[in-house]
Design a protein around this ligand. Structure first.
Ligand code: SAH
Length: 410
């Protein structure tokens, strides 16, 4: 029978007998945990040599003797000679030192678990009978996958003082376009502060007792002011909660994520940011539009359509090799078109307006600068929408030339 213990090796003496690849693998792990390692082996493989040099490890270049084990909390023996490993294990036994025996088929008094970590959680796999590292490793990998994807109940049940805020970019909407890291952090969260855009469905998958605070704009409701959002995330984190601030797209693209990070830093609250697929790229993509395309567009100019267009925007709109991507731009479309024409842009320059990208309500309106205002009004285009101005917005951009030539035999 085996009992699994979570042991801290930090600052503790560990003796490793043998200088081959098994020792090398485990050495890394012991060093990561902060153990003070001594190696006894006539020779070291290159990998250990480098590690030993980098970490200033003590190496006794000779065969092991029983006295080498004195003072260790844990011994790891992997000499490649089962007889020597068995002798080491026996010497540990009389000294009451726990010993991992890496010989094929042997068990020492201790076994290393196949380990995986998710945030602060460590899961280990060991077997009571026999040694089957492949099986333990595969089981470990399967559990690691579920942990990574937030499919296991990672949320802490006991509050600790260690509150924090994670700004998670949720991508354009579908849950499977949220990053795996973001999904795991959501599974760990006590409080989720969410917007209207982004993967709102994921909220329904959270534990029922997770506090969800909706700060998004809704028809008939006023948006929560940014200062108030900052205050909410900081206060919950200070109360020891794990807070996820879930945002549409990427937190640092027109998401005011920078302000939220600054507010956390000013309050001394630990904060981290998880990137998300920004609508700048993913919404045009949902309509089959590559924002850059060799020979067509070599750069991207991104603008907030609510702001007065700048000379840089006028220049981008007039440049045939630049794709201009406008967010929050439906209300300001006429002003944008005026800017384009004042800067000398061609009136037949292609425009695509993609509404609700990556959702069942997705709709694309293809037009030109000259007709954009009239076509958008006729179609009743509404936010959220991304407006793409440039040759990449041409409907036939990626179609084979023979189809475009009307080759009926194809
Ligand atoms: N941080 C976000 C952008 C926030 S600004 C990001 O990186 O994507 C909000 C604007 O994003 C909307 O007005 C719209 O222009 C755009 N947008 C976000 N999601 C969208 C979607 N699914 N379809 C179309 N536009 C979207």
């Amino acid at each position: 029978m085996t009992t699994m213990l979570g042991i801290s090796l930090a600052g503790r003496d560990v003796v490793m007998v043998g200088g081959g690849p098994v020792t090398a693998r485990r050495l890394r792990r012991f060093l990561d945990e902060g153990a003070i390692v001594r190696i006894i082996a006539p020779e070291l493989c290159d990998e250990i040599g480098e590690l030993a040099f980098a970490h200033g490890i003590t190496w006794m270049p000779r065969p092991v003797v029983a006295d080498d084990l004195d003072g260790a909390w844990l011994v790891h023996t992997a000499t490649g000679d089962p007889r020597v490993d068995a002798d080491v294990a026996a010497a540990c036994e009389t000294r009451r030192i726990l010993c991992v025996n890496a010989s094929d088929g042997a068990h020492g008094s201790a076994r290393l678990a196949a380990e995986t970590r998710a945030g602060d959680v460590v899961v280990g796999v060991v077997s009571d009978a026999g040694v089957d590292p492949r099986r333990a490793g595969r089981l470990r990998d399967a559990i690691a996958g579920m942990l990574r994807e937030g499919r296991l109940p990672l949320r802490r049940r006991r509050a600790t003082a260690a509150g924090r805020v994670d700004l998670v970019g949720g991508g354009p909407g579908p849950i499977d376009l949220l990053t795996i890291r973001g999904r795991r952090l959501l599974a760990e969260a006590d409080v989720v502060v969410a917007d209207r855009l982004g993967p709102t469905d994921v909220i329904g998958e959270l534990d029922p007792d997770v506090e969800v605070i909706d700060v998004g704009k809704r028809p008939g409701h006023h948006p929560v002011p940014q200062e108030e959002i900052n205050r909410i995330i900081v206060e919950h984190a200070k109360a020891g909660k794990r807070v996820v601030r879930l945002k549409g797209g990427d937190p640092f693209v027109y998401g005011r994520g920078g302000e939220e990070v600054a507010a956390c830093l000013a309050a001394g609250v630990p904060v981290d940011v998880v990137p998300g697929l920004t609508s700048v790229v993913s919404v045009p993509q949902s309509a089959g539009i590559p924002v850059t395309h060799r020979g067509t567009a070599a750069s991207i100019h991104v603008v907030n359509g609510q702001a007065e267009p700048t000379p840089a925007t006028a220049a981008a709109l007039a440049d045939p090799a630049v794709t201009t991507v406008v967010l929050m731009g439906v209300a300001g479309l006429a002003r944008l078109v005026d800017t384009a024409f004042a800067g000398g842009a061609a009136s037949d320059k292609p425009v695509a307006i993609v509404e609700n990208g990556h959702t069942p309500q997705q709709r694309t309106t293809r037009t030109t600068l000259g007709r954009a205002v009239a076509d958008a009004a006729a179609a009743g285009v509404r936010n959220p929408a991304v407006i793409v101005v440039g040759d990449v917005a041409r409907a036939d951009l990626l179609l084979p030339a023979d189809i475009m030539a009307g080759d009926a035999d194809r």
